[in-house]
Design a protein around this ligand. Structure first.
Ligand code: ATP
Length: 273
């Protein structure tokens, strides 16, 4: 399969990857084949194969312990697979790149718990996320360019945070913090966003606002969303979006939400519990 896709290895060149240079000429942004991960003999991923199209928004569902977080850890370089293939586009072998190189190549990750700078304002958080110089004291003093101001304002609007721009992030609601963190990731102009249960613990209204935000990002980046909230998944997948069901470390089913919801194996292992 790899050979057919024209994939080749770029071992050791992680530091040279340029943002936006992902080769999606075959239409795929992420390609996993037969990925295996074991922890002390326990197989967390057993032959996981998954392909995400460029600009696709894919929802991943599945029972606790199915391997969803481990899959994200493998894509971001936090966990090295024991075996298998993990490529970003045609040419970047993620199993041979470190976490920093993978982030630099355009993979952004949002963990379940929001991690924002609580004592800084919403504006400062976005400004810091944009900054290439991570020494925050220097970044905060540097005057942002007109282009940077434009990017921050566009992100504020997109994340519906314009009204709270001068509020410290610590005062925001959980849903607003989730949107701010996604805004911070957007400041890095990711090509692939991984989101781990972004709707967990937020109100129904904020869940739908979050779905609106992610839907508005279609076309500007690919997204992989792990989620348990089925109303949220329905709002993202619509009638025709693909949903993947993971169970026991591999893909149990894949199809539209209606297809996977009526799949007996899915009902038994996940939905029907
Ligand atoms: N570092 C680790 N050491 C040992 N076992 C681990 C480790 N990380 C994960 N596991 C195990 O691997 C399995 C898959 O875990 P993972 O967190 O990937 O599942 P998940 O689908 O994300 O679950 P959840 O929906 O609960 O977040 C679980 O049984 C978990 O206990």
């Amino acid at each position: 399969m790899s050979a057919n896709l024209g994939i080749h290895s770029d071992a050791g060149l992680g530091h040279l990857y340029e943002r936006g240079k992902i080769d999606v000429s075959h239409g795929q942004i992420l390609y996993l084949e037969d990925v295996q991960v074991s922890f002390d003999g326990f197989k967390a991923l057993r032959g996981l194969s998954l392909t995400i199209e460029d600009n696709e928004l894919r929802c991943i569902i599945g029972p606790n312990g199915a391997g969803k977080t481990t899959m994200m850890d493998v894509v971001t370089g936090k966990t090295r697979p024991d075996a298998g293939t993990v490529f970003l586009g045609q040419t970047m072998d993620l199993t041979r790149m470190d976490e920093a190189a993978i982030a630099q190549a355009g993979v952004g990750r949002k963990f379940q718990k929001p991690t924002v700078f609580e004592n800084h304002t919403v504006w400062q958080n976005l400004d810091l996320a944009r900054a290439t110089d991570k020494r925050w004291f220097k970044s905060l003093r540097a005057r942002p360019s007109a282009q940077a101001i434009g990017a921050i304002e566009a992100t504020l609007e997109r994340t519906a945070l314009t009204d709270v721009v001068q509020r410290p992030a610590g005062e925001l609601s959980h849903g607003q913090k989730q949107r701010l963190e996604i805004g911070m990731l957007l400041m890095q102009e990711p090509r692939l966003l991984l989101l781990d249960e972004p709707a967990a613990g937020i109100s129904d209204d904020e869940t739908m606002q979050l779905a609106e935000l992610l839907n508005s990002l279609r076309g500007s980046c690919s997204m992989l969303v792990v989620e348990h909230d089925m109303a949220f998944v329905a709002a993202l997948a619509g009638e025709s979006g693909r949903v993947t069901v993971l169970a026991e470390g591999s893909v149990l089913a894949e199809g539209t939400l209606a297809q996977v919801q009526s799949d007996e194996r899915v009902i038994e292992s996940y939905l029907g519990r």
